[in-house]
Design a protein around this ligand. Structure first.
Ligand SMILES: Nc1ncnc2c1ncn2[C@@H]1O[C@H](COP(=O)(O)OP(=O)(O)OP(=O)(O)O)[C@@H](O)[C@H]1O
Ligand SMILES: [Mg+2]
Length: 258
C-alpha cells in the first residue's frame, strides 16, 4: 500500500532574481496544508504563481540558480528543503506531470521502464510487471498492448498524457503534481484523465493546477485561490464555491476576471 503524504507549507516565498525588473516575487508568504489522499486544486489568474508554487513541492527550482525559495515545506513531517536531502529521492516521491506530454524518443515500453531503471534498482522481470501494471492503471494497456515496441511519439496526445501519468506512477510516488494536464487535450481525452485522477486520489495526494473552473467544480476536494503571488483563500470545495469569504474570490468565481 502506498503511503500518501501530507504537505505543510509555511511562510513560503519564492523570488525570480535577475528578471528584467530586478526581481519578481512570484510567491509571497504562503501558509497551506495539503491533505492526504485528496485532490487539492490551485486556481488563479495567469501569472499568479500557480506553477511556481507547484514546482517548489519537488524542488524543481533547484535547477535554476536565479530562484530563491524561502520558508519551509514539509512532506510527512520532513522538511524537503533541508540541505542534506537527496533531491533525486525526493523526485521519486513527488512526481510532476506537465501541461504537454513530452514522451522520450523511445518505445512505449521504454518510456516507462526508463524511469523505473533510474529510480528503482529492480530486476528486469519486475520492470516488465510494473510497466504493465502502470499501463493498466491508466487504462492504456488495451490500446497499446500489441505495440509496446512502437515509438511513444506515435500515440495520440491524450494517450501520450496517460503515458506520462503511467510513467509517473510506475515509480510509486506519494504525491502527484499536475500542471494544467488536460489543457492541451480534446474533451474526450480530458474526461478520461479526470476519471483516472479520481481513482488515483485513493492512493496519492494530488496537487493540481487548473484554470478551468468547471473542472475544479467537478474534480476538487480542496481549492486554493492565488492572486498575485498571495493565497487569498482556501477551503473545501463546497464551502469555497458556495460561501467564498473574500471579495476577490467571489469575483473570480463569478468570472468577473480571469
Ligand atoms: N523563470 C522565470 N524567470 C522570471 N520570472 C518568472 C519565471 N517563471 C515565472 N516567472 C514569473 O513569476 C510569476 C508567476 O509565474 P507562474 O508561471 O508561476 O504563474 P502561473 O500562475 O502558473 O501562470 P499561468 O496560468 O500563465 O501558467 C509571473 O510574474 C512570471 O512572469
Ligand atoms: Mg502555470
Amino acid at each position: 500500500m502506498i503511503n500518501p503524504a501530507e504537505i505543510k507549507i509555511r511562510n513560503l516565498s519564492i523570488e525570480y532574481k535577475k528578471a528584467k525588473k530586478g526581481f519578481v516575487k512570484a510567491i509571497e508568504n504562503i501558509n497551506l496544508d495539503i491533505p492526504r489522499n485528496k485532490i487539492t486544486m490551485i486556481i488563479g489568474p495567469s501569472g499568479c504563481g500557480k506553477s511556481t508554487l507547484l514546482k517548489s513541492i519537488n524542488r524543481l527550482h533547484d535547477i535554476n540558480e536565479e530562484v530563491s525559495v524561502q520558508g519551509s515545506l514539509e512532506i510527512n513531517g520532513e522538511d524537503i528543503y533541508y540541505s542534506g536531502r537527496p533531491v533525486p529521492e525526493l523526485r521519486r516521491r513527488v512526481g510532476l506531470i506537465h501541461q504537454k506530454p513530452v514522451p522520450l524518443p523511445l518505445s512505449i515500453f521504454k518510456n516507462i521502464a526508463y524511469g523505473l531503471k533510474i529510480h528503482n534498482n529492480i530486476h528486469k522481470d519486475e520492470v516488465e510487471r510494473r510497466v504493465i501494471e502502470a499501463l493498466k492503471k491508466v487504462h492504456l494497456w488495451d490500446e497499446v498492448k500489441d505495440r509496446l515496441d512502437s515509438p511513444a511519439i506515435a500515440l495520440s496526445l491524450g494517450q501520450q498524457q496517460r503515458l506520462s501519468i503511467a510513467r509517473a506512477i510506475a515509480i510509486k510516488p506519494e504525491v502527484l503534481l499536475c500542471d494544467e494536464i488536460t489543457s492541451a487535450l480534446d474533451p474526450i481525452s480530458s474526461g478520461k484523465i479526470e476519471q483516472l485522477l479520481v481513482t488515483l486520489s485513493e492512493d496519492y495526494t494530488i496537487v493540481w493546477v487548473s484554470h478551468i473552473l468547471r473542472q475544479v467544480r467537478r474534480m476538487a476536494d480542496y481549492v486554493v485561490f492565488l492572486y498575485m503571488g498571495r493565497m487569498v483563500e482556501c477551503g473545501e470545495k463546497e464551502q469555497f464555491f458556495e460561501d467564498p469569504q473574500d471579495s476577490l474570490t467571489q469575483n473570480y468565481i463569478r468570472g468577473l476576471f480571469t
